[in-house]
Design a protein around this ligand. Sequence first.
Ligand SMILES: [Zn+2]
Length: 237
Amino acid sequence: MKKFRLTICVLLTVISMLLNTVCAFASTPKNSGHLDSIDGNKVSGWAWNSAAPDTPVSVTVTVANSHTGESLLSEIAEADIERNDLKESGIGNGAHGFEIMIDWSSIPDDTYMIKLSVNGTALPLAYQYNTATKIIKNATLVSLGTFKTTAYCPCRSCSEGYGRLTKTGTQATASRTVAVDPRVIPLGSHLLIDGVEYIAEDVGGGVKGKHIDIFYNTHSETRDHGVERSEVYLIQS
Ligand SMILES: [Zn+2]
């Protein structure tokens, strides 16, 4: 039995290596970047395009409230600041740093999702920045494709009599709880839908396949939501 498992493990590793190679070839232009630090109002990072290693790229930094999805600002900067650490790490000629000033004091304390785009193409990265604790958490965004989204509330008809009690035993909370088909999205997953971070912590009789049911406090809000289609990202921390 152990030997069998080992064989599967080796097979899976080989398959994932092959897939990575294919993806690496498919993903031109080769944009990459990173948000390094937030020091007071100064947001620093780097970005480049490995296909044009000595040409500066333009970086767009977007900041959105991670509970409401509300977009707060979008700043464009030229990533052309010379940095020895980048040069030493083989990032082109090293002149790929950027700095952007964000006046956090004008924004209420909360968790914000910061995303970077290079020459207009979004990087599959997100940074969750808590302005109260000053902690930055890095995450990789993996698109799961386009899903149908609907809405439910604690009312008897929406919640099938469960009220706010979710499948995972938590209290359903607006702007956090979604119901998923656990065969498609594992319970406990963190998801980004229209700029809002949700947790897959519930299931529903009618939630099958590429369908996500978003929790709201009131039935009128579920009616307002209706049926939509949105790209869903898995947030891998
Ligand atoms: Zn309802």
